[in-house]
Design a protein around this ligand. Structure first.
Ligand SMILES: [Zn+2]
Ligand SMILES: [Zn+2]
Length: 190
């Protein structure tokens, strides 16, 4: 997946990190601990972070010779739909971030592609593209409400959890088979 073309990030955006007070000296560090509203569409179709729900950033910004290394975790809530029974899924998001944002005109800036290594935009870091990629990577394509969800009966659509062990539609099938037999017999007689 490609990062969106990086233009000037909005410094007021909750996922844009300001680094003005981080000295551009390798080894200098600053912690960022904040809770921000989740952006729209963070996740996949079947499971994701509800828009504007709380996302907690727990990040370390570290000056390195080529830029700023951002590492840490982002936590929040996940809501989804089970791929087998369509029941609701409530889970916790806990995703690790480790991303280098290169200074403009650094060797890294000149020798790598923007899709591989992020870029500082002046003093600003837009965390959103890296966060989106990281979240999508850890989410299941076919989420389940629980590992052994038995799903739904293909005949009547009821959840197997709510059906007796001997639930079956065989009787109905037999009756249809009998009707078909009669029909065939009748035809043969004509
Ligand atoms: Zn399920
Ligand atoms: Zn059934």
């Amino acid at each position: 997946m490609q990062h969106q073309t990086q233009t000037h990030p909005d410094p007021r955006s909750p996922l844009v990190l300001e680094t003005r007070d981080l000295p551009r000296r390798p080894g200098a560090m600053r912690m960022v601990e904040r809770t921000v509203p989740a952006p729209d569409g963070l996740g996949l179709e079947m499971i994701g972070v509800p828009a504007r729900s709380d996302l907690t950033l727990s990040l370390r910004l570290e000056s390195v010779s080529e830029g700023v290394l951002v590492s840490g975790t982002v936590t929040g809530e996940l809501r989804g739909e089970c791929g087998r029974c369509l029941g609701p899924i409530v889970d916790t998001l806990d995703v690790e971030i480790q991303e280098l944002y290169a200074y403009a005109n650094s060797t890294t800036d000149e020798t790598t592609d923007e899709d591989e290594v992020g870029r500082m935009q002046g003093d600003l870091i837009d965390l959103e593209p890296a966060l989106r990629d990281a979240v999508v990577l850890i989410l299941p394509n076919n989420p389940l409400c629980r590992e052994d969800c038995p799903g739904l009966c293909p005949e009547c659509g009821a959840h197997w959890d709510e059906l007796p062990d001997d639930h079956s539609h065989r009787q109905v099938d037999l009756r249809w088979a009998a009707l078909e037999d009669m029909h065939t017999t009748h035809k043969t007689e004509e």
